[in-house]
Design a protein around this ligand. Structure first.
Ligand SMILES: NC(=O)c1ccc[n+]([C@@H]2O[C@H](COP(=O)([O-])OP(=O)(O)OC[C@H]3O[C@@H](n4cnc5c(N)ncnc54)[C@H](OP(=O)(O)O)[C@@H]3O)[C@@H](O)[C@H]2O)c1
Length: 189
């Protein structure tokens, strides 16, 4: 058996933040709804900036759709120098260190480009790309953060839903600011 066969398998985590009524973006793309609204859930936990930084440091690679990429550039680029793959059929120019573009088959992207290089792979949206990954069965874990707000309108989480899929709840974390993080795995183990 080669050392590669002993290596832990790569994992794809889909992470998104949704409103209580299931939207991930406002129509005008404004993001104020993601900020704290001042509510305090006493039984919730809070995490320090150091814990957040350690968590982010453990992410080996981000994958995002081109619309999420363009919005992230406008917002000030939250992904630092962490390797980032943007899925697009267009010829886009990279203005950020660590960004590369992929067009074409997503299974090939995962098997040939990402899995050999990265273990902790984070798919961070948007709705269209996440839906494609889910349809193809390429997601191992869903981390859904629910924000304490109703938006009424906007871009639907996962867009037009894929066929029914059963997921297994693995963890729930309620934060002091009223946000709740739900973690689901595709497998029962
Ligand atoms: N709340 C959250 O957690 C969260 C997370 C992420 C994003 N968002 C928001 O969601 C919005 C963007 O989401 P979205 O659903 O409109 O777009 P998206 O998924 O970010 O990007 C869609 C684009 O990705 C490319 N693409 C997708 N699947 C592809 C495939 N199989 N092969 C090749 N290219 C593919 C296409 O790009 P080309 O047209 O370039 O070919 C497509 O137009 C933004 O407002 C963003 O801020 C919110």
């Amino acid at each position: 058996m080669s050392s590669h066969e002993n290596a832990p398998r790569s994992k794809v985590t889909l992470h998104m933040v949704a409103s209580l009524d299931g939207f991930i973006a406002r129509k005008d793309n404004s993001v104020s709804w993601l900020e704290d609204n001042g509510s305090v859930y006493e039984a919730g936990v809070s995490i320090s900036e150091e814990e957040v930084a350690a968590f982010i440091k453990a992410i080996d690679c981000y994958v995002l759709g081109s619309r999420t990429y363009e919005h992230a550039l406008q917002l000030g680029w939250p992904y630092g120098d962490t390797p980032t793959v943007v899925v697009t059929g267009r010829k886009l120019i990279s203005t950020k260190k660590g960004v590369e573009f992929h067009s074409g088959d997503l299974k090939t992207l995962l098997e040939e480009k990402l899995t050999p290089r990265y273990r902790n792979i984070w798919l961070v949206g948007g709705a269209m790309l996440s839906q494609r990954f889910l349809e193809l069965g390429l997601v191992d874990e869903i981390k859904l953060t629910v924000a304490p707000v109703l938006l009424g309108d906007g871009l639907r989480l996962f867009g037009g839903s894929p066929a029914e899929q059963r997921w297994n709840l693995k963890n729930v974390v309620a934060y002091k600011n009223g946000f709740v993080e739900l973690s689901y795995s595709a497998s029962t183990v």
